[in-house]
Design a protein around this ligand. Structure first.
Ligand code: NAI
Ligand code: MG
Length: 353
């Protein structure tokens, strides 16, 4: 019996469609062995749509997308569109409207991957952690405004929103993930010595939820200290839970130490299943290399693996991760095209690595 899932595909801008095509190709190779198939709907959203119609994400399209089982996204953003229009009007709108309150970003240093970290750092233990970034609150909600713009008296605010409900649900999710991992360790990252209002809400919430997860050990770091440890001792991390802004910044650093943006995958997860979750590489549309088949599709392919895991097929997901790991280990310095990398990983999946 085959279980069919509907996938909304938003390739987006720049290298987005290039890497998404490879992720879909790999999904198609892995699916049959697990009794899975995908029915995809392509959505033409991004810079081209914006220039043609002025639309970023019409409500009718949002509602159509909502009807799918999951979303695969490439990247959005183009130099021809004012900064923020597509990022806010399309990407953030999807994350907020579909209540993607868990932004999941795994970081693993695969063997053979070049890292800027020295041997004395990588030899301290396996670097394998996941950042659970809150996705629907914090300073990203658009609660702000500006007056007297462009004058010496300009006033601009960007208020960080933290609700007890919003913090608790993401903290609870992070604890459950920590509980399911071998090391069972959770680190709250905030800045509760200065951002005392939001910081204390986060700290109290972690303390309260911790009582329900006695096996999980809990640690706390200020965000500035966390940036130090991500460089000097990243092996100390297992699950990090943090707010929207800190998580955004920390995960770029996490990607940089574990082989770069071409490998970093992510999921925008609605754990309650009230709307489809969305999987995408952490990188952007890379206008500098778009259209040249130079983009590394690995992050998009790994995001496809996260999608499978989310849909309840961890073995299929593990097959993708294993194929990627094998490919990475044998990568040489000879550059390969986007298609060549995609095909190499797909054939490893097909051949059982
Ligand atoms: P970027 O991630 O697009 O590019 C940064 C650098 O990394 C560039 O040199 C690029 O060539 C390289 N790069 C990125 N992905 C790569 C890949 N798969 N393989 C090889 N090299 C890769 O970030 P940037 O330049 O800050 O942003 C470009 C546009 O993308 C902007 O409009 C930005 O707003 C948007 N953006 C969108 C995101 C999303 O859709 N989730 C996330 C980040 C940025
Ligand atoms: Mg970012």
């Amino acid at each position: 019996m085959t279980t069919s899932f509907s996938l909304a595909v938003v390739g987006g801008d720049g290298i987005g469609p290039e890497v998404t095509a490879q992720a879909l190709a790999v999904l198609d190779v892995v699916a049959p062995a697990h009794g899975l198939s995908f029915a995809t709907t392509d959505y033409d959203l991004g810079a081209r749509r914006y220039h043609a119609t002025g639309e970023t994400l019409p409500d009718s399209v949002l509602e159509e997308i909502r009807g799918h089982d999951a979303i695969l996204l490439g990247a959005v953003g183009d130099p021809s569109v004012p900064s923020g229009v597509l990022e806010r009007g399309l990407l953030l709108k999807l994350r907020f409207a579909l209540d993607h309150y868990v932004n999941l970003r795994p970081s693993k240093l695969y063997s053979g991957v070049a890292t800027p970290l020295g041997d004395h750092v990588t030899s301290r233990g396996d670097i394998d952690f996941v950042v659970v970034r809150e996705g629907t609150e914090g300073p990203y909600v658009g609660n702000g405004g500006a007056i007297r713009v462009g004058t010496p008296h300009e006033l601009a605010t960007e208020v960080s929103i933290n609700t007890a409900f919003g913090v608790e649900r993401v903290v609870r999710d992070a604890f459950a993930r920590a509980q399911a991992r071998p090391r069972k360790k959770l680190t709250l990252v905030h800045k509760n010595n200065v951002l005392v209002h939001a910081g204390h809400l986060w700290t109290r919430t972690v303390d309260a939820v911790a009582t329900e997860f006695p096996e999980v050990s809990v640690d706390y770091l200020h965000v500035d200290a966390a940036t130090i440890f991500l460089v000097t001792d990243p092996a100390r991390f297992d699950v990090i839970v943090t707010d929207n802004l800190f998580g955004d910044i920390l995960t770029d650093l996490a990607a940089a130490i574990t082989g770069g943006i071409g490998l970093a995958a992510s999921g925008n997860v609605n754990p309650d299943g009230t709307a489809p979750s969305m999987f995408e590489p952490v990188h952007g549309s890379a206008p500098d290399i778009a259209g040249q088949s130079k983009a590394d599709p690995t992050a998009a392919i790994l995001s496809g693996g996260m999608l499978l895991d989310h849909l309840g097929f961890p073995e299929a997901a593990a097959q993708i991760t294993a194929a990627v790991e094998a490919d990475i280990t044998e990568r040489s310095s000879t550059p390969r095209s986007t298609e060549e990398v995609g095909e190499a990983i797909a054939s490893r999946v097909a051949g059982g690595v």
